[in-house]
Design a protein around this ligand. Structure first.
Ligand code: GRF
Length: 214
């Protein structure tokens, strides 16, 4: 739908996404590429980063999406920083938070506020290879198949209920950059598809079993 001046009208039923990112933001870019289509069912309404130099900020700016920097060094301690993140995110009134390469652990108090609505993407097939070096650790272990995981965030590190996964082959001549790139291609597609489906169909949880659709 368009206004008389030709600007797209935001679908009132589109779920509001706030994306948290620390790095280049290729996952954010993929979400931004998808959200212009009203049929996608979700819109990125805000971007929050812990790094003032994050490429995600430029992507947000170029897409006309508001952003905020919540840098650890601007706060007295980790608790105050977590409060800062909560405040920055809450301004956007998100339906869902998407952690797309956000390289910080959020306090349980923040996680609880968005229970069942905080989604993370991880570059390995969880529960294998959690943590900051999922690609490197999988390669070092010698696995022949790895991949990516979209999951709900809980109080642990990459331990929340799994929503969706894609397997990615490991080739004999892979090094960390080549494998990272192959995973990231699959990861972007999985994240966009999964977030859109959650926005359109909802997400239910029975024990640890997450299912899209109510
Ligand atoms: C992704 O692979 C994410 O899973 C990992 O960091 C990467 C971020 O990539 N935690 P980008 O900033 O979205 O390009």
């Amino acid at each position: 739908m368009q206004t008389p001046s030709g600007h797209p009208v935001e679908s009132s039923s589109a779920k509001r996404l706030v994306v948290l990112a620390s790095g280049g933001g290729s996952n954010l870019a993929a979400l931004l590429a998808a959200h212009g289509d009203a049929a996608y069912g979700a819109r990125v309404v805000g971007v929050v980063t812990d790094r003032p130099t994050a490429g995600a900020l430029d992507l947000a700016h170029d897409a006309g999406v508001a952003s905020a920097v919540v840098s650890m060094k601007d706060f007295d301690d980790r608790a105050a920083w977590n409060d800062g993140v909560l405040e920055a995110v809450s301004v956007f009134q998100p339906d869902y938070l998407v952690l797309a390469g956000f390289m910080r652990i959020l306090a349980p108090s923040v996680v609880r506020r968005f229970e069942g609505r905080m989604i993370n993407t991880h570059p390995a097939l969880l529960p294998s290879f959690p943590g900051a070096h999922g690609v490197r650790d999988a390669l070092a272990h010698g696995v022949k198949v790895t991949g990516c995981t979209v999951h709900l965030v809980d109080d642990g590190v990459d331990t929340g209920p799994i929503i969706a996964q894609t397997a990615v082959p490991v080739f004999d001549n892979d090094d960390e950059p080549t494998l990272t790139e192959r995973i990231k291609v699959a990861e972007r597609a999985l994240l966009v598809e999964t977030v859109g489906r959650i926005a359109r169909e909802g997400l239910s949880l029975t024990g640890r079993k997450a299912s899209i659709g109510r």
